[in-house]
Design a protein around this ligand. Structure first.
Ligand SMILES: Nc1ncnc2c1ncn2[C@@H]1O[C@H](COP(=O)(O)OP(=O)(O)OP(=O)(O)O)[C@@H](O)[C@H]1O
Ligand SMILES: [Mg+2]
Length: 443
């Protein structure tokens, strides 16, 4: 009896020790215990899972089978063994699953006639079979495919924005894979950031402001919400437009700056400002636009010419800005073709796409373009309780579910004030000296 009690106490102590380990240090628990058990289970059940998810193919194989033979004089059926050609379900070849921070990944060899889209379609089925949060599919080689499995949603809470030391390369959040979500303006110069109201668009703009404020860049705001979003960050903005006439003036200035930079590059024999020697290189400018649609909405016909002018100027900035260090980050609830041809052309120039929660499928399609249909479904499935979650396309041509780090207005305002001395004066950007833009005001 006491032996049994001892055993029970030992089992209970071990279990509570395991639970405590998992709660206190989930990462080491996952690598030491969770992952090996999961890998064994996944390998052991792969045939059944592949069959259930419709990922197997029928193939003819020689199989050693038992068939009824003659009936012996005793009445017992004599069973004969022989090789027979029969049809079997073949599963895709699976390598050993490898652990990742939030789950595991595995490489598969596609069976004949299969394409990665077959696996994207089955992703939800696979996730349920493995008890995982999500399964994403990628393929970097013909005939091969990688499944990225996340066991728990890593985007539940993100409120610790890391520093971004590299110029114009800002870590704004985390991807579902656990890797950082980076907006790199030098790789993808122009971005569209769409989503329904309260979906987290301004929070993402705040994260960008906090990341860019300590860097030697000029920030420009177009705030068509009457200035309520960007006015608190005015101390770090080189220019801010809050009405349509101000926007028109500011866009004219930006076109002027672009023309000056074109001349500078031509004279120096450079194709873009990054090929200029550092002492000649003008300050990069990041243009943040909130409520883009307001730039295109017409109250009456008298505004038609104004809108056409603004739209053309913005499009020119987008078309030529990249080479001359002018980058766009446009936010809006709807960035659709119903706003006019100018918006469609602008959208085509913005290769970085961020789609927060949307209310209608058209907005997701307009923002993410003809990306994988699974991305559009994911965008529509973002719940209202998780503001900041978005589907991101860009950098590597793939799409990811991601979430921005929570950055309150107070944090962004504090950052803007702390680095106010780094703000280049707008007049100095418009009229640069012949060699380079002057030092930031107050520096
Ligand atoms: N990543 C995040 N984590 C936690 N909370 C967030 C996150 N992003 C946004 N929020 C919260 O969601 C709310 C709405 O965010 P935000 O103002 O950025 O939405 P929006 O899309 O700009 O809305 P609107 O269209 O009305 O301007 C805010 O209260 C903000 O605190
Ligand atoms: Mg907003």
């Amino acid at each position: 009896m006491t032996d049994h009690l001892d055993w029970l106490a030992l089992v209970a102590a071990s279990l509570s020790w395991l639970v405590a380990w998992r709660l206190c240090h989930p990462r080491s628990f996952w690598y030491a215990l969770g992952y090996p058990l999961t890998a064994l289970r996944v390998r052991a059940t792969w045939r059944k899972v592949a069959l259930g998810c419709g990922l197997t193919k029928k193939r003819q194989r020689f199989w050693f089978t038992t068939v009824p033979g003659l009936i012996a004089s005793t009445g017992v059926v004599q069973v004969k063994r022989r090789w027979q050609r029969i049809s079997v379900d073949t599963k895709p070849w699976m390598w050993l699953p490898l652990p990742t921070r939030h789950g595991w990944r595995v490489t598969l060899h596609l069976l004949e006639g299969q394409i990665p889209a077959d696996y994207s379609e089955a992703a939800e089925r696979l996730a349920h079979s493995w008890g995982a949060h999500a399964v994403r599919v990628s393929s970097d080689k013909p005939g091969r495919l990688r499944l990225h499995v996340t066991m728990r949603d890593p985007l539940v809470k993100l409120d610790n924005l890391p520093a971004s030391p590299d110029l114009l390369k800002i870590t704004v959040g985390a991807l579902e894979t656990g890797r950082p979500w980076v907006i790199d303006f030098r790789t993808v110069p122009h971005w569209l950031n769409a989503g329904a109201t309260q979906s987290g668009k301004s929070n993402l703009a705040n994260a960008l402001i906090v990341g860019l404020a300590p860097q030697p860049v000029a920030l420009v705001g177009f705030d068509l919400k009457g200035g309520v979003e960007f006015t608190p960050y005015k101390s770090r903005l080189s220019a801010l437009a809050t009405s349509r006439p101000e926007c028109t003036g500011l866009l004219d200035d930006l076109l002027g700056i672009m023309t000056d930079r074109m001349d500078l590059c031509r004279m120096a024999g450079a194709r873009n400002i990054w090929q200029l020697p550092p002492y000649m290189r003008p300050t990069p400018i990041v243009v943040l636009v909130d409520e883009l649609a307001e730039l295109y909405l017409m109250a009456d016909k008298s505004e038609k010419d104004d809108i056409a002018k603004t739209s053309t100027a913005l499009l020119r900035v987008a078309q030529l800005g990249r080479a001359f260090g002018i980058y766009l980050f446009c936010c809006g609830q709807r960035i659709g073709s119903d706003l006019g041809p100018g918006v469609t052309a602008l959208r085509a120039q913005c290769s970085g796409r961020v789609c927060h929660r949307v209310n209608d499928p058209e907005t997701a399609t307009m923002t993410l373009g003809d990306l994988d249909p699974a991305a559009l479904d994911s965008a529509r499935a973002i719940p209202a309780e998780t503001p900041g979650v978005a589907i991101v396309a860009g950098q590597d041509g793939q799409w990811y579910r991601a979430r921005s780090h929570y950055v309150s207005e107070a944090t962004a305002e504090h950052s803007a004030q702390t680095f106010a001395h780094l703000t280049p004066a707008w007049e100095d950007l418009i009229n640069p000296n012949p060699v380079a833009d002057p030092a930031p005001k107050g520096a």
